[in-house]
Design a protein around this ligand. Structure first.
Ligand SMILES: Cc1cc2nc3c(=O)[nH]c(=O)nc-3n(C[C@H](O)[C@H](O)[C@H](O)COP(=O)(O)O)c2cc1C
Length: 219
Protein backbone atom coordinates (compact mmCIF):
# COMPACT_ATOMS: atom_id res chain seq x y z
CA UNK A 1 0.00 0.00 0.00
CA UNK A 2 1.32 3.41 -0.93
CA UNK A 3 2.11 5.57 2.14
CA UNK A 4 -0.27 8.46 1.44
CA UNK A 5 -3.06 6.06 0.49
CA UNK A 6 -2.53 4.22 3.77
CA UNK A 7 -2.68 7.41 5.83
CA UNK A 8 -5.82 8.58 4.04
CA UNK A 9 -7.66 5.26 4.27
CA UNK A 10 -6.91 4.34 7.90
CA UNK A 11 -9.86 4.63 10.22
CA UNK A 12 -10.88 3.23 13.56
CA UNK A 13 -12.15 -0.34 13.39
CA UNK A 14 -14.88 -1.26 15.87
CA UNK A 15 -15.79 -4.71 14.62
CA UNK A 16 -13.35 -7.58 14.04
CA UNK A 17 -13.68 -11.05 12.56
CA UNK A 18 -11.97 -12.73 15.49
CA UNK A 19 -9.39 -14.31 13.14
CA UNK A 20 -6.17 -14.65 15.14
CA UNK A 21 -3.21 -12.40 14.38
CA UNK A 22 0.03 -14.38 14.33
CA UNK A 23 2.83 -13.45 16.68
CA UNK A 24 5.01 -12.91 13.60
CA UNK A 25 2.59 -10.29 12.26
CA UNK A 26 2.37 -8.54 15.63
CA UNK A 27 6.17 -8.48 15.83
CA UNK A 28 6.34 -6.95 12.34
CA UNK A 29 3.97 -4.17 13.40
CA UNK A 30 5.89 -3.49 16.63
CA UNK A 31 9.14 -3.42 14.67
CA UNK A 32 7.73 -0.80 12.29
CA UNK A 33 6.28 1.31 15.13
CA UNK A 34 9.65 1.21 16.84
CA UNK A 35 11.04 3.32 13.97
CA UNK A 36 8.95 6.24 15.29
CA UNK A 37 10.83 9.39 16.17
CA UNK A 38 11.01 10.46 19.82
CA UNK A 39 12.49 13.30 21.87
CA UNK A 40 16.29 12.75 21.90
CA UNK A 41 15.55 9.20 20.73
CA UNK A 42 14.27 8.42 24.23
CA UNK A 43 11.82 5.75 22.99
CA UNK A 44 9.61 5.92 26.09
CA UNK A 45 7.11 3.27 24.90
CA UNK A 46 6.31 -0.11 26.37
CA UNK A 47 3.58 -2.34 24.99
CA UNK A 48 1.62 -5.19 26.58
CA UNK A 49 0.30 -7.61 23.94
CA UNK A 50 -2.64 -9.65 25.21
CA UNK A 51 -4.08 -12.59 23.25
CA UNK A 52 -5.82 -15.93 23.84
CA UNK A 53 -7.19 -16.82 27.27
CA UNK A 54 -5.39 -13.84 28.87
CA UNK A 55 -7.26 -11.55 26.46
CA UNK A 56 -10.57 -13.17 27.40
CA UNK A 57 -9.92 -12.94 31.13
CA UNK A 58 -8.79 -9.32 31.00
CA UNK A 59 -11.75 -8.40 28.82
CA UNK A 60 -14.10 -9.87 31.45
CA UNK A 61 -12.38 -7.99 34.29
CA UNK A 62 -12.63 -4.65 32.45
CA UNK A 63 -16.14 -5.33 31.16
CA UNK A 64 -17.41 -6.14 34.66
CA UNK A 65 -15.85 -2.97 36.08
CA UNK A 66 -17.38 -0.84 33.30
CA UNK A 67 -20.78 -2.55 33.37
CA UNK A 68 -21.09 -2.11 37.13
CA UNK A 69 -20.51 1.62 36.73
CA UNK A 70 -17.08 1.74 38.40
CA UNK A 71 -15.80 5.29 37.87
CA UNK A 72 -12.73 5.69 35.69
CA UNK A 73 -9.42 6.10 37.47
CA UNK A 74 -7.51 6.79 34.26
CA UNK A 75 -4.02 8.11 34.88
CA UNK A 76 -4.27 10.47 31.95
CA UNK A 77 -7.39 12.33 33.09
CA UNK A 78 -10.20 12.95 30.63
CA UNK A 79 -10.60 16.62 29.62
CA UNK A 80 -13.08 18.38 31.92
CA UNK A 81 -14.09 20.85 29.23
CA UNK A 82 -13.17 21.76 25.68
CA UNK A 83 -12.85 25.07 23.84
CA UNK A 84 -16.21 25.71 22.20
CA UNK A 85 -15.31 24.77 18.61
CA UNK A 86 -13.77 21.49 19.73
CA UNK A 87 -16.68 20.71 22.05
CA UNK A 88 -18.94 21.14 19.02
CA UNK A 89 -16.88 18.62 17.00
CA UNK A 90 -17.01 16.01 19.73
CA UNK A 91 -20.77 16.47 20.00
CA UNK A 92 -21.23 16.11 16.24
CA UNK A 93 -18.99 13.03 16.25
CA UNK A 94 -21.13 11.36 18.92
CA UNK A 95 -24.40 12.27 17.24
CA UNK A 96 -23.29 11.15 13.75
CA UNK A 97 -21.98 7.85 15.09
CA UNK A 98 -25.27 6.95 16.73
CA UNK A 99 -27.21 8.22 13.73
CA UNK A 100 -25.19 5.98 11.37
CA UNK A 101 -26.04 3.05 13.62
CA UNK A 102 -29.71 4.00 13.79
CA UNK A 103 -29.55 4.41 17.57
CA UNK A 104 -32.02 6.93 18.94
CA UNK A 105 -30.96 9.65 21.37
CA UNK A 106 -33.07 8.13 24.16
CA UNK A 107 -32.05 4.51 23.50
CA UNK A 108 -29.83 4.38 26.55
CA UNK A 109 -29.73 0.57 26.53
CA UNK A 110 -28.20 0.34 23.05
CA UNK A 111 -25.86 3.25 23.79
CA UNK A 112 -24.59 1.49 26.88
CA UNK A 113 -24.13 -1.73 24.84
CA UNK A 114 -21.98 0.22 22.36
CA UNK A 115 -19.92 1.76 25.17
CA UNK A 116 -19.37 -1.64 26.72
CA UNK A 117 -18.24 -3.12 23.36
CA UNK A 118 -14.98 -1.24 24.04
CA UNK A 119 -14.25 -3.67 26.86
CA UNK A 120 -14.89 -6.68 24.61
CA UNK A 121 -12.18 -5.20 22.38
CA UNK A 122 -14.86 -5.04 19.68
CA UNK A 123 -14.27 -8.80 19.23
CA UNK A 124 -10.60 -8.27 18.28
CA UNK A 125 -8.38 -11.25 19.13
CA UNK A 126 -5.59 -9.00 20.34
CA UNK A 127 -5.52 -6.12 22.83
CA UNK A 128 -2.57 -3.79 23.22
CA UNK A 129 -1.83 -1.58 26.21
CA UNK A 130 0.60 1.30 25.86
CA UNK A 131 2.65 2.24 28.89
CA UNK A 132 5.36 4.69 29.87
CA UNK A 133 7.19 5.50 33.09
CA UNK A 134 5.08 7.64 35.43
CA UNK A 135 7.90 10.16 35.86
CA UNK A 136 7.83 11.14 32.18
CA UNK A 137 6.04 14.25 30.97
CA UNK A 138 4.39 15.91 28.00
CA UNK A 139 7.17 15.31 25.48
CA UNK A 140 7.03 11.59 26.12
CA UNK A 141 3.25 11.66 25.84
CA UNK A 142 3.76 13.19 22.41
CA UNK A 143 6.24 10.41 21.55
CA UNK A 144 3.71 7.82 22.64
CA UNK A 145 1.10 9.30 20.32
CA UNK A 146 3.49 9.23 17.38
CA UNK A 147 4.39 5.61 18.19
CA UNK A 148 0.77 4.52 18.47
CA UNK A 149 -0.25 6.13 15.18
CA UNK A 150 2.76 4.59 13.41
CA UNK A 151 1.77 1.21 14.82
CA UNK A 152 -1.77 1.76 13.64
CA UNK A 153 -0.62 2.61 10.12
CA UNK A 154 1.73 -0.39 10.01
CA UNK A 155 -1.17 -2.63 11.02
CA UNK A 156 -3.37 -1.05 8.35
CA UNK A 157 -0.64 -1.66 5.77
CA UNK A 158 -0.83 -5.37 6.60
CA UNK A 159 -4.62 -5.47 6.21
CA UNK A 160 -5.36 -5.21 9.92
CA UNK A 161 -7.62 -2.78 11.74
CA UNK A 162 -7.06 -0.93 15.01
CA UNK A 163 -9.03 1.18 17.44
CA UNK A 164 -7.16 3.38 19.89
CA UNK A 165 -9.18 3.33 23.10
CA UNK A 166 -8.97 5.78 25.96
CA UNK A 167 -11.70 3.66 27.55
CA UNK A 168 -9.16 0.84 28.00
CA UNK A 169 -7.17 3.12 30.31
CA UNK A 170 -10.09 3.54 32.74
CA UNK A 171 -8.96 0.86 35.18
CA UNK A 172 -5.14 0.98 35.19
CA UNK A 173 -4.69 -0.86 38.48
CA UNK A 174 -6.75 -3.82 37.26
CA UNK A 175 -4.64 -4.01 34.08
CA UNK A 176 -1.35 -3.71 35.97
CA UNK A 177 -2.33 -6.33 38.53
CA UNK A 178 -3.62 -8.82 35.95
CA UNK A 179 -0.61 -8.40 33.64
CA UNK A 180 1.89 -8.10 36.48
CA UNK A 181 3.10 -4.71 35.25
CA UNK A 182 5.28 -2.68 37.66
CA UNK A 183 3.63 0.17 39.58
CA UNK A 184 5.91 2.79 37.99
CA UNK A 185 4.37 2.23 34.57
CA UNK A 186 1.51 4.54 33.58
CA UNK A 187 -1.22 3.10 31.39
CA UNK A 188 -1.70 5.64 28.61
CA UNK A 189 -4.23 4.06 26.26
CA UNK A 190 -5.30 0.70 24.87
CA UNK A 191 -5.96 -0.62 21.41
CA UNK A 192 -7.92 -3.41 19.78
CA UNK A 193 -6.09 -5.11 16.91
CA UNK A 194 -7.37 -7.64 14.42
CA UNK A 195 -8.88 -8.21 11.00
CA UNK A 196 -11.74 -5.81 10.26
CA UNK A 197 -15.23 -7.25 9.91
CA UNK A 198 -16.53 -5.06 7.10
CA UNK A 199 -20.09 -6.21 7.76
CA UNK A 200 -20.08 -5.11 11.42
CA UNK A 201 -22.59 -2.33 12.09
CA UNK A 202 -20.06 -0.41 14.21
CA UNK A 203 -17.82 -0.15 11.14
CA UNK A 204 -20.48 1.59 9.06
CA UNK A 205 -19.61 5.01 10.47
CA UNK A 206 -16.93 7.09 8.77
CA UNK A 207 -15.65 10.09 10.71
CA UNK A 208 -15.47 13.50 9.05
CA UNK A 209 -12.74 16.15 9.17
CA UNK A 210 -12.56 19.90 9.04
CA UNK A 211 -10.98 21.23 5.88
CA UNK A 212 -7.18 21.57 6.26
CA UNK A 213 -7.52 25.29 5.42
CA UNK A 214 -9.50 25.76 8.65
CA UNK A 215 -6.50 24.95 10.88
CA UNK A 216 -3.71 26.37 8.72
CA UNK A 217 -2.27 29.86 8.85
CA UNK A 218 -0.23 30.76 5.79
CA UNK A 219 2.47 33.43 5.95
C1 LIG B 1 -6.39 8.94 22.21
C2 LIG B 1 -7.60 8.35 21.55
C3 LIG B 1 -8.56 7.71 22.33
C4 LIG B 1 -9.68 7.10 21.73
N1 LIG B 1 -10.56 6.39 22.50
C5 LIG B 1 -11.58 5.73 21.92
C6 LIG B 1 -12.42 4.87 22.70
O1 LIG B 1 -12.26 4.71 23.91
N2 LIG B 1 -13.40 4.20 22.04
C7 LIG B 1 -13.60 4.32 20.70
O2 LIG B 1 -14.51 3.68 20.18
N3 LIG B 1 -12.82 5.13 19.93
C8 LIG B 1 -11.81 5.81 20.51
N4 LIG B 1 -10.96 6.59 19.75
C9 LIG B 1 -11.17 6.69 18.30
C10 LIG B 1 -11.70 8.07 17.89
O3 LIG B 1 -13.05 8.18 18.20
C11 LIG B 1 -11.44 8.22 16.38
O4 LIG B 1 -10.06 8.23 16.14
C12 LIG B 1 -12.04 9.51 15.82
O5 LIG B 1 -13.44 9.53 15.96
C13 LIG B 1 -11.70 9.68 14.33
O6 LIG B 1 -12.14 8.56 13.61
P1 LIG B 1 -11.16 7.66 12.74
O7 LIG B 1 -10.11 7.10 13.68
O8 LIG B 1 -12.02 6.56 12.20
O9 LIG B 1 -10.53 8.49 11.68
C14 LIG B 1 -9.85 7.19 20.32
C15 LIG B 1 -8.88 7.85 19.56
C16 LIG B 1 -7.78 8.40 20.15
C17 LIG B 1 -6.72 9.06 19.28
Amino acid sequence: MELLEGIESRRSTRGFTGQAVTQETIRKILHAANRSPSFTNSQPWEVAVVVGSKRDELSKILYDLAASGTPSSAEMPYPKSWPQAIAERTKIHGARRFEALGVARDDSLRREEIRLANFKFFNAPCALFFLMDKSLGDWSTMDMGIFIQTLSLAAHGLGLGTCMQASLSNYPQAVRTFLNIPENMKLMVGMSLGYPDESAALNSYKSAREDADSFTRWY
